[in-house]
Design a protein around this ligand. Structure first.
Ligand SMILES: [Zn+2]
Length: 272
């Protein structure tokens, strides 16, 4: 299917030309970010088209100042529901079902790889605690659905920046909304997405234990936090703090043995 989301191109917002051309990649994910800017009513774009353009220009300038060759991300989604092309060439790439090599999701040890081969969406705001407004949410769903469709990406592969890099991005609130985003995108595309798929669950027999690393450990840490048992840093690393939080959860839930191993019984109690 063609890419149909309404996007303000770099030519339209007056982007500076990139310092060099970037390679075309086959994307696997759609990666969600926040810009870590102030939320309404003091948000940079003030939810207008002109403000959205100024924000895109400011971010590009900031990314050039980091030594990058263009905006690092592929799309910017503002509070007013305006979507802007980030890196020049992104729209041409997604119209071919591909992604322009970008610079928004470098891989850190133990986390998901090849993030920069997949489109990254910066959402204006800071979503640690703040809930995104309905207009910005709707444009995010539209953009994700169009990307999944045009680039043959499963809605299950809509991911957060923190699954690739050691960062709080896209904020705890927005990261916690990714299952809903996947579901909304699937609904828009007319795809049946089961609850299990929407949460990208491992198979029933899998256990997690000390020393494990990866996105599922991050999900585990978030679930523990939600149950009142902090594992310390949300870093996707199953260290001693995560083990201690599991033991506390197992004791509180009457699960025996309370040994800090996330066996199927513990997983069921956690909803993992
Ligand atoms: Zn990010």
């Amino acid at each position: 299917m063609p890419f149909t989301a309404k996007v303000i191109s770099t030519a339209e917002w007056g982007a500076r030309p990139p310092l060099h051309l970037f390679a075309l990649r086959t994307p696997k994910y759609v990666i969600i970010h926040h810009t870590d800017d102030q939320n309404p009513p003091n948000n940079p774009s003030r939810s207008t088209r002109d403000g959205a353009i100024k924000l895109a220009q400011r971010i590009q300038k900031d990314h050039f100042s980091r030594g990058w060759s263009d905006s690092g991300h592929n799309f910017l989604n503002t509070t007013g529901g305006f979507v802007l092309e980030g890196r020049t060439g992104t729209l041409s790439a997604v119209n071919q079902g591909l992604c322009l090599q970008s610079a928004h999701a470098a891989q850190d040890p133990g986390l998901l790889a090849n993030g920069n081969d997949s489109p990254g969406i910066e959402n204006e705001g800071n979503f640690m605690n703040f809930a995104m407004g309905s207009v910005q949410w709707a444009s995010l769903v539209d953009l994700c659905a169009s990307l999944c469709d045009a680039c043959s990406i499963s809605p299950n592969n809509i991911r957060g920046h923190r699954e690739f890099s050691s960062t709080l991005c896209p904020g705890d609130w927005l990261f916690g909304q990714l299952p809903r985003l996947r579901q909304d995108v699937a609904t828009k595309l007319g795809i049946a997405l089961t609850a299990a798929q929407a949460f990208d669950k491992p198979t029933a027999a899998d256990s997690f234990k000390l020393g494990d690393v990866g996105p599922m450990v991050l999900v585990l840490q978030r679930l523990l936090l939600g149950k009142g048992h902090s594992a310390g840093a949300l870093d996707g690393i199953f260290g001693e703090n995560t083990k201690a939080a599991i033991v506390a959860f197992q004791k509180a839930s009457g699960i025996k043995p309370a040994n800090g191993v996330v066996d199927p019984k513990t997983r069921k109690a956690l909803g993992l």
